[in-house]
Design a binder for this molecule. Structure first.
Ligand SMILES: [Zn+2]
Length: 509
């Protein structure tokens, strides 16, 4: 639903064009924006067929600017008189278009009065879509950061500009839970998912901007986390398992006799899908076989394919979330804390161990590092302005050549027990980066550096709370908070929505 010139346009509406000279109409299916400003309507051209009695709806969809629309054609449509048309052909109406005309959109809700009855059959709540990004991470309630570990959840709104989204004020704390045997951030998921299910299906809230109640729908767009946490969220065994990738079934074996050709590591592999995750979750022991999984001669069960942890199955109940696609590759953990860290460790601890001169050169180079700070961000912005598709191609080429070089090193390395770089899950995950760039935009949008900074605030707050406690074994019930303050109507008191964590349980109130 989108409002233009005071007119609400809905999915399923037949609408008139601004230049009223033509008899053509348009059947609205969906809306999208480009360049953050221009609003486009996706749908199908509608024509009155010869004789004026029948209606033809074009098979091919078209995208037009919202501003070319004048208003909604309120003439009742008899679906029995509608046909699908493509150049030179007329045939029965395609079922999808039939349901578009007949079934109201699931977010088209009547405005209700106090007794729950529609005020006017033609009056609907305006819809506001607010996609949400979740972030989860470890933090600590102690200064040392070694003890008293907590896991926290926070969220931000995806539709904000990059600058707004990066601001600490716009990151919202959801909850933190002390990590103990049998409890972790994942223990909060069933409760979080319950609330997010209500949000993705629509909730009526008062909007200060609209000065009226609106229907808010908030799909979960993606979850930011480091690599082990992403695997845990996907319910996979990590990271040494044979099929460690949450996005595909690449088989990664760590030691030399199992090294494949370099094209195996740079290429694509059978994708994991949400259907696979659902199939894995369908039996308690992960014993179900996964359709379309890689063929090895034997049918592999979900357990063979490293589906393990069941605590996160609740996430699969969210229509908007697919674990295989909505867990973007995080560049901070995969490149700097992944590949770069492996190579620097290896260089310092093994290659340069017996070569002090070269070690001295390295130290000097590291001191010069400060000069290069900020370079990567500047580079990304320049590249994106130039041509985004070209940028993605360049990233793809860079990932391929990096893996080829690592593979070459694996083949030629003479160090005994060398742990293959080509088989590191973090190296492999980089092959999914180009797809993530296509789906979610530049990697800056889903790097976790800003969230990590926000975690410092949580850490400080936990320390403060703990200091107020006289007992070392403090009560945890004071350490969790609520974020959503919801009210179903303007006159109702707001009530908290996520709930409160009391020790290891979650209370909703
Ligand atoms: Zn993969």
């Amino acid at each position: 639903m989108f409002t233009h010139n005071g007119v609400d346009f809905w999915s399923g509406d037949i609408v008139n064009f601004m230049n009223g000279s033509t008899s053509a109409r348009f059947l609205v299916e969906s809306f999208h924006t480009m360049d953050n400003s221009a609003v486009f309507v996706q749908g199908y051209m509608v024509y009155i067929l010869e004789g004026g009695q029948f209606i033809g709806i074009e098979v091919e969809s078209t995208s037009i600017k919202l501003e070319t629309l004048l208003g909604v054609d309120s003439t009742p449509v008899d679906v029995a008189l509608c046909y699908s048309v493509s150049p030179g052909k007329v045939f029965h109406l395609i079922p999808r278009y039939k349901s578009l005309l007949e079934e109201p959109h699931f977010l088209k809700w009547h405005v209700l009065d106090e007794t729950g009855k529609p005020i006017d059959p033609k009056l609907f709540y305006k819809v506001r879509i607010l996609p949400i990004i979740l972030f989860t991470n470890d933090t600590s309630g102690n200064r040392s950061k070694q003890y008293n570990p907590y896991e926290s959840w926070s969220m931000k709104f995806a539709a904000l500009s990059y600058e707004e989204r990066s601001s600490i004020e716009n990151i919202h704390f959801l909850s933190a839970i002390p990590k103990k045997k049998g409890a972790s951030g994942m223990s909060l998921l069933p409760k979080i998912v319950e609330d997010f299910k209500r949000l993705e299906n629509g909730l009526v809230m008062f909007s200060a901007k609209d000065n009226e109640n609106v229907l808010v729908a908030s799909p979960l767009l993606w979850i930011e986390a480091d690599t082990p946490c992403h695997s845990e969220l996907c319910g996979l065994r990590v990271p040494t398992s044979l099929y460690p990738c949450r996005k595909c079934y690449v088989r990664l074996q760590r030691f030399m006799p199992n090294l494949q050709s370099s094209s195996y590591y740079t290429g694509r592999h059978t994708a994991r899908t949400k259907a696979h995750y659902l199939a894995a979750a369908s039996t308690s022991g992960r014993g179900s076989t996964i359709p379309d999984a890689p063929l090895t001669g034997n049918a592999l069960t979900a357990s063979d394919l490293c589906f393990a942890n069941r605590a996160t199955d609740a996430l699969l109940e969210l229509q908007s979330f697919d674990p295989s696609t909505d867990t973007p590759v995080e560049v901070l953990h995969n490149i700097l804390l992944g590949v770069a860290k492996y190579l620097v460790n290896y260089l310092v601890k093994i290659v340069l161990k017996k070569n002090p001169n070269q070690m001295a050169r390295l130290s000097k180079a590291l001191k010069d590092y400060e000069n290069s700070q900020g370079m990567s961000r500047k580079f990304t912005r320049e590249a994106v302005r130039y041509d985004y598709n070209m940028y993605i191609n360049e990233v793809e080429k860079a990932v391929t050549s990096l893996i080829q070089e690592l593979h070459h090193y694996d083949i030629t390395c003479e160090v005994e027990g060398h742990n293959l770089y080509s088989s590191k899950p973090k190296v492999h995950l980089l092959t999914h980066l180009p797809n993530n760039l296509r789906r979610f935009g530049t990697a800056l949008y889903y790097e976790t550096e800003k969230d990590e900074q926000f975690n410092k605030h949580i850490h400080e707050h936990l320390m403060h709370t703990n200091r107020l406690n006289t007992s070392r074994d403090q009560k945890h019930s004071d350490n969790t908070f609520v974020v959503f303050m919801l009210k179903e109507s303007r006159d109702q008191h707001a009530h908290p929505f996520i709930g409160k964590v009391s020790s290891l349980g979650v209370e909703h109130y």
